[in-house]
Design a protein around this ligand. Structure first.
Ligand code: ADE
Ligand code: ZN
Length: 354
């Protein structure tokens, strides 16, 4: 397709590496690692992708992770994702990974991080994609376990740019992870992000901001339930990394037409669109963009705004943001014609303030 979204550069800020594990890869890795699975073919596995909610999805997602055993597995998975992302216009990725789910199976954290980092090392040259890694703690485990994980990651901190919080949200508040986030920020100089307000209440977004020092909120769509929170997010331009296909597949919204993305953009929130677990939710970044463009009737100006927002929210230097945004402008003019902003009635901010 030659649509606007496919011609623009994008930053992918909310993708779980383990969520890029496509069904054929699950089968290949299981074979080479002699791991037995409850599914006998990729088709049988994909037929099981009918999720009722987040926990239902996570049960299958963690089960499939059992095939990831060696450094080569983590390398190959990362390289396959980057090759695919390049085709979808991704220029910068900040990738989540969940070491605890592998460590509980006896896989060393060094195996996980070294494997991922070795694929990322050649990424800019090979795929034209700059990379950063965000290590997530599983919120359905304890804060003490998260601290142990962070301490065991110490030799690999140079490979990380941030920490995150993911897994089953309901009943697992950010408040449990204050110490580990403080250590990550203050002792290791890492960025902080957190999943919040996906299935859980908007109160968890406040906690992620105020207790964990989160600089971005992953999902955050339930902020709409709290007008004061919305006002705070707008005033401070706190980024929300929104994953529309994920939200629909996990029942957060009944269908794409009911998604709040359009409303969030109109309210002036710093939202961007991402893919979460693309192997499981029906598509990568461009698939998510096309879904919202069609399902919500987003304008070209809104698509351009989403591209700009994706870089604005990234943990990259201001000069890089400006370069990417300049390229976005060039592509928009080429695709939409000079002066497209006036014709589109765009509300895009030409001075984003960095
Ligand atoms: N881990 C992988 N995908 C997730 C999601 N959508 N929410 C929370 N944790 C996750
Ligand atoms: Zn996620």
């Amino acid at each position: 397709m030659n649509d606007l979204a496919s011609q623009l550069p994008w930053a992918e800020l909310h993708v779980h590496l383990e969520g890029t594990l496509e069904a054929p890869m699950v089968m290949d890795f299981a074979r080479r690692n002699h791991v037995s699975l409850p599914w006998t073919s990729p088709d049988e596995l994909t037929r099981a992708y009918r999720f009722t909610d987040l926990q239902d999805f996570l049960d299958l997602y963690y089960a499939a992770c059992a095939v990831l055993v060696t450094e080569r597995d983590f390398h190959d998975l990362t390289a396959a994702y980057l090759a695919r992302a390049k085709l979808g216009g991704v220029r910068h990725v900040e990738m989540f990974f969940d070491p605890e789910t592998h460590m509980q199976r006896g896989v060393d954290i060094g195996t996980v991080i070294t494997g991922i980092a070795s694929a990322c090392a050649g990424s800019e040259q090979r795929y034209g994609i700059t990379t950063q890694l965000i290590m997530c703690f599983l919120r359905d485990r304890t804060g003490a376990e998260a601290l142990t994980t962070l301490r065991s990651a110490k030799p690999f901190i140079p490979h990380l740019s941030g920490v995150g919080l993911d897994s089953a949200e309901r009943g697992n508040p950010p408040s449990r992870f204050v110490d580990v986030f403080r250590m990550a920020r203050e002792d290791f100089g890492l960025h902080a992000v957190a999943h919040a307000g996906e299935e859980g209440p908007s109160e968890y977004i406040w906690q992620a901001l105020n207790l964990l020092g989160a600089e971005r909120i992953d999902h955050g769509v339930r902020c709409v339930e709290d007008p004061q929170l919305v006002a705070h997010l707008v005033r401070h331009q706190i980024p929300l990394t929104v994953c529309p296909l994920s939200n629909v597949r996990l029942g957060v919204f009944p269908d794409i037409g009911a998604h709040v993305l359009d409303g969030l953009l109109k309210l002036g929130l710093q939202v961007s669109v991402h893919s979460d677990d693309p192997a499981y939710f029906g598509g990568y970044l461009l698939d998510n963009l096309r879904a919202v463009q069609q399902g919500l009737g987003l304008t070209n100006a809104q698509i351009v705004q989403l591209a700009r927002n994706s870089f604005t929210a990234a943990f990259i230097p201001a000069e890089r943001k400006i370069q990417h945004c300049n390229e976005i402008e060039v592509v928009a003019e080429r695709m939409l014609g000079t002066g497209w902003r006036q014709h589109a009635g765009s509300t895009t901010d030409s001075n984003p303030g960095w």
